[in-house]
Ligand binder design. Structure first.
Ligand SMILES: Cc1ncc(COP(=O)(O)O)c(C=O)c1O
Length: 466
C-alpha cells in the first residue's frame, strides 16, 4: 500500500531505526529509496509486559485504553496515532537524562549523544519547514505560545488573536489564560454569514489597536488561513506576525495547506496532531528573534528538556519528509471533504458549509441535540469526537451547540472515502438515537467490525482484554 499511514509505514520506520542503530547512526533515512525498500519488519506491539510484572492495577488500565483505541474510531481532530518507532523513542533511556541548556552550552555533563540528538531534531525541523531557526525544547503547544509572548513582549502590550469561541486557542488571548491575563487582547472572529475569517475586519482591528503581535491559526476552523494577508497586515501596523500551525502542520509539510514560512516571523506548532509525532511542540523564527525566544524557553519558562521526546521529534520530522507523508496529508483532506459531504446529505449544518482541511465543525442546533449529549451518544457508539462551541454560539463553552470532527487519526489507520461515508451514516444514526443505548451499542458492534480491518499502529488486532 502506497499511503503512509497503515502498517507498512510503521514497519518501514521500525526497521530503519534498527538499521540506523546497526550502522552506528549513519542516516539511512536520508535516502528515500532505501526507506521505500524496507518493508519486512513487524511493527512493535505494546504488550505492557514489564508494567504487568510491577503494577497490575496500572496494567489493566493501559490494556483497557489500548483496546478503546483499537475498537473505536478516533475523530478528535487534534489526535493521531504515532508509529511504533516513535513510541520506542519516547519510551527510551533518554528519559533518564538531564540536559538544561542548549547543545554545546549545557549545565550538566554527559551530553555527547543528547547534543547530537537535539541538533538532529533542529536540523530536520529547519529542513522540513524551511525555517531559519528552531527551538525543539518546548514541552507542548501552550508553553511554546507562552514562550513567544514572554520572549518578545512586555506585560500589558496589545496582542491580537482569534476568539476562542469562534475557533481560536485559549493561549491566543483568553481572559483566564496567561495570555489574556498578561496582555491587552484584541480578538478577531469569523463573519456570521460565511463562517470565515474576514481579513478586512482583521486589518481594521489591527489599524485601530496597533497590536505588537498578531496571531494567526486556530483550533476549530475548517478553512485555510491566508498567512500572507496576516503578514502584510502585521507589516502595516508594525506588529510581529506569529502563526500557530499546531493543527495543520502535517497538512503544510504534506503540501495541502499553504505554509506561513518563510515570511512569517514566528511560527509555533505542536508535534502531535496532523504531524503525527510525540506530544510536544517547537518554535520556529527568523534569526533576529532566536536569542529572545531561546532565552524565554530556557531559562525563562522551562528547566531540562525532555530528551526522549526530542528524539521522537527528530524521528517525526524524518517520517514527515518521506514522499508517503504527502499522500497521507492529501488523504486526510480528501477524507474530511468526503465526511463533510456525507454529513450535509444527512442534513447536518456545517460551519462555513464544509471544509478545506482536516476537520468539520457541526452546529447541531437544527438536530435538536446539544454538543455534550451528541459527544456522549457518539462515545457509546465507538466514535470519539468532542463537543465544541460554534461561532456566535448561544450556549456556554461547557455546554456548546456543536461538535468537532476530524480525520487525521482514521486516515492513519488507512481509512478512505468509503469509510468516511459509513462514519457519517453512523454519526447520523447515533444522533437520531441518542437516548437508545441498545441502538448505540449495535452501532458500536459495526464500528468494531470495521476497525478490525484497519489496525492501529503498535496495537495488535488479536490480543484481547484479560
Ligand atoms: C492551535 C493550538 N495551539 C496550541 C495548542 C496547545 O497545545 P497543547 O495542548 O500541547 O498545550 C493547541 C491544542 O489543542 C492548539 O489547537
Amino acid at each position: 500500500m502506497g499511503v503512509w499511514g497503515p502498517v507498512e509505514g510503521w514497519r518501514n520506520t521500525t526497521r530503519i531505526v534498527r538499521q540506523e542503530i546497526r550502522d552506528g547512526h549513519r542516516s539511512v533515512l536520508s535516502d528515500p529509496r532505501q526507506f521505500a525498500q524496507t518493508q519486512d519488519m513487524e511493527p512493535i506491539m505494546q504488550d505492557f509486559s514489564a508494567v504487568r510484572q510491577r503494577d497490575e492495577e496500572l496494567y489493566d488500565l493501559l490494556v483497557a485504553e489500548r483496546e478503546r483505541q483499537r475498537d473505536g474510531i478516533e475523530l478528535i481532530p487534534s489526535e493521531n496515532y504515532v508509529s511504533p518507532a516513535i513510541l520506542e523513542a519516547m519510551g527510551s533511556v533518554l528519559t533518564n537524562k538531564y540536559s538544561e541548556g542548549y547543545p554545546g552550552k549545557r549545565y550538566y555533563g554527559g551530553q555527547e549523544y543528547i547534543d547530537k540528538i537535539e541538533n538532529l531534531a533542529r536540523r530536520r525541523a529547519k529542513a522540513l519547514f524551511g525555517a531559519e531557526h528552531v527551538n525543539v525544547q518546548c514541552y507542548s503547544g501552550s508553553p511554546a505560545n507562552t514562550a513567544v509572548m514572554f520572549g518578545l513582549l512586555d506585560y500589558g502590550d496589545t496582542i491580537m488573536g482569534m476568539k476562542l469561541d469562534q475557533g481560536g486557542h485559549l493561549t491566543h488571548g483568553l481572559h483566564v489564560n496567561y495570555s489574556g491575563k498578561s496582555y491587552n487582547v484584541v480578538s478577531y472572529g469569523v463573519r456570521k454569514e460565511t463562517g470565515r475569517i474576514d481579513m478586512d475586519e482583521v486589518r481594521g482591528l489591527a489599524l485601530e489597536h496597533r497590536p505588537k503581535l498578531i496571531i494567526s491559526g486556530a483550533t476549530a476552523y475548517p478553512r485555510q488561513f491566508d498567512f500572507e494577508a496576516f503578514k502584510s497586515i502585521a507589516d502595516e501596523v508594525g506588529a510581529v506576525p506569529m502563526a500557530d500551525i499546531s493543527h495543520i502542520s502535517g497538512l503544510i509539510v504534506g503540501g495541502v495547506h499553504p505554509s506561513p514560512l518563510p515570511f512569517t516571523d514566528v511560527v509555533t506548532t505542536t508535534t502531535h496532531k496532523t504531524l503525527r509525532g510525540p506530544r510536544s511542540a517547537i518554535i520556529m523564527c527568523h534569526k533576529k528573534y532566536a536569542k529572545d525566544i531561546d532565552r524565554a524557553v530556557f531559562p525563562g519558562l522551562q528547566g531540562g528538556p525532555h530528551d526522549h521526546i526530542t528524539a521522537a521529534k527528530a524521528l517525526t520530522f524524518k517520517e514527515a519528509m518521506q514522499p508517503e507523508f504527502k499522500d497521507y496529508a492529501g488523504q486526510i483532506v480528501a477524507n474530511a471533504k468526503a465526511l463533510a459531504e456525507a454529513l450535509l446529505e444527512h442534513g447536518f449544518d456545517l460551519v462555513s458549509g464544509g471544509t478545506d482541511n482536516h476537520l468539520v465543525l457541526v452546529d447541531l442546533t437544527n438536530k435538536g441535540i446539544i454538543g455534550k449529549d451528541a459527544e456522549t451518544a457518539l462515545d457509546k457508539a465507538g466514535l470519539t469526537a468532542n463537543k465544541n462551541t460554534v461561532p456566535f454560539d448561544t450556549r456556554s463553552p461547557f455546554s456548546p451547540s456543536g461538535i468537532r470532527i476530524g480525520t487525521p487519526a482514521a486516515t492513519t489507520r488507512g481509512m478512505k472515502e468509503p469509510e468516511m461515508k459509513r462514519i457519517a451514516d453512523w454519526i447520523n444514526a447515533a444522533i437520531d438515537n441518542h437516548g437508545n443505548d441498545e441502538k448505540l451499542s449495535s452501532i458500536h458492534d459495526e464500528v468494531r467490525e470495521l476497525c478490525a480491518g484497519f489496525p492501529v499502529p503498535g496495537i495488535s488486532t488479536t490480543e484481547h482484554n484479560r
